[in-house]
Design a protein around this ligand. Structure first.
Ligand code: HEM
Length: 426
């Protein structure tokens, strides 16, 4: 048996806050090990990276997500009562609902259509030529997801909702006032969603046709045969709204990748549809989103010759694994021909988790994410002349989640035809 290497510092919280995305891999490199132990917020933690570690997280019943995240992060992201906090058969049944809702081709096409319409109606405004890309994408995605879920427009304030959803993601790495503001706004959003759930259930809000709102509020049953509580239904509705709006973060990186690789941008202007997916997947590999995920061990076990104990707290380095030169040669180079794909279900390309989504905590929204990014690429490259600026924006890896500084904008060349189209929509 080999003991797990330790960092020299007693507690690494400050180092993590300073280094962000590179914190785990820098120490793995230094210690020559894919696992090390340290403390975060004084709590002992085992940090891991690589394929075998991803397999432990996504192909084994020996870990649970319960108790694996700081309270604020849990509340801002998945939350208690959510699918991510379930294990075993309870998890599989709830997850099957997400797979049905988020991975069917028809559902994805319906969401993409709505996204395209909301994007075009914003950029069709002849008065505006410069758009903050994150805001543009976030609003288009928020409106598209709320429409697609089945929440009537009359029950929504889209701008407020978009701002609240963005705040939940943007504040995951913060403590103090900004996290508290995000938590308050999340609670408001949950209360609003709970009122929608109640209205659907008491018949005061009619849901005609199949949609996620109907499935979650009226049709779905957990393994015990019971419908979701109002609270759990609101959390799971938010588990669709929040991550769909979060795709806007990747849209910004997609635009940066196009601005930095103008040969590809030119290529896509004239077709080459088959290569779009490879480009988008390379964006998901290279650019930072969630740095790591947490888990807790449910029993003692030996991993790669190291004895690990029940209840040990584990962190899996998602970013470090997709930047590991053993798995992705010359990892800093943007190369859309790597043939990485969510379809492979492997344990190397893990920006949204690894393995099979049906039986693990892998994200059920990857196919949808890739479809939205593909559509955005076409909207950017093919609608009309667009300038993406600044192409040399810095992406500080010390902040979680990372965003380009300064923010990325797109500048559109408006034509008379656009102005006419915009007028006719009013
Ligand atoms: C914006 C891009 C996205 C990123 C970076 C992302 C990332 C992730 C990651 C890393 C996990 C695994 C968490 C873990 O192992 O504990 C996950 C799970 C999850 N994601 Fe996503 N996701 C994204 C988009 C989506 C979308 C569009 C949806 C909506 C369908 C979604 C819904 C979920 C759900 C419900 C889970 C929990 C799954 C489970 O516990 O079984 N995500 N996501």
């Amino acid at each position: 048996m080999k003991s797990v290497p330790r960092t020299s510092s007693f507690d690494s919280t400050l180092a993590l806050l300073r280094e962000g995305y590179t914190f785990i891999s820098a120490r793995c490199d230094e210690l020559g090990s894919d696992i090390f132990q340290t403390r975060l917020m004084l709590r002992p933690v085992l940090c891991m990276r690589g394929e075998a570690a991803a397999q432990l997280f996504y192909d084994s019943e020996d870990v649970t997500r319960v108790g694996s995240m700081p309270w604020t992060v849990l509340r801002l992201l998945q939350d208690k009562h959510s699918v991510q906090q379930l294990d075993g058969e309870r998890h599989r049944q709830r997850k099957a609902m997400f797979i049905d809702l988020a991975m069917s081709d028809n559902e994805i096409a319906a969401l993409v259509d709505r996204f395209r319409d909301h994007w075009l109606s914003q950029v069709g405004d002849p008065e505006t030529v410069r758009f903050d890309l994150r805001q543009l994408a976030n609003l288009a995605l928020t409106k598209a997801s709320a429409d697609w879920i089945g929440i009537p427009g009359s029950s929504r304030d889209d701008r407020r909702l978009a701002a609240s959803l963005a705040r939940m993601i943007d504040s995951t790495g913060s403590f103090g006032p900004s996290a508290w503001i995000a938590l308050m706004s999340r609670r408001r959003t949950e209360r609003w969603l709970a009122s929608i759930v109640e209205a659907v259930r008491d018949g005061s809000l009619d849901v005609s046709g199949e949609c996620a709102l109907k499935t979650i509020c009226l049709l779905y049953r957990d393994v015990d045969g019971r419908a979701l509580s109002t609270e759990a239904a609101a959390v799971e509705l938010l588990n669709l709204l929040r991550p769909i709006s979060a795709i806007s973060r990747w849209i910004v990186f997609l635009a940066l990748a196009l601005a930095r690789n103008t040969d590809w941008q030119e290529r896509f202007r004239g077709g080459h549809d088959k290569e779009i997916e490879g480009f988008v997947e390379e964006v998901r590999r290279l650019y930072p989103f969630f740095p790591f995920v947490g888990a807790r061990l449910r029993k003692d076990l030996v991993w790669q010759g190291h004895p690990l104990g029940k209840d040990d707290w584990l962190l899996l380095d998602l970013y470090g694994t997709t930047h590991d030169a053993r798995l992705f040669p010359r990892p800093a180079v943007f190369n859309p021909k790597r043939e990485s794909s969510w379809r492979n279900g492997d344990f190397r390309f893990i920006p949204q988790g690894g393995g099979r989504p049906e039986t693990s905590h892998r994200c059920p929204g990857e196919k949808m994410t890739v479809a939205i990014l593909q559509e955005t690429l076409k909207l950017i490259c093919r609608s009309r002349p667009v300038r993406i600026t600044p192409a040399d924006a810095n992406i500080p890896l010390g902040s979680i989640p990372a965003s380009p500084a300064p923010p990325v904008s797109i500048i559109l060349a408006h034509t008379e035809a656009n102005a006419v189209a915009a007028r006719s929509r009013r």
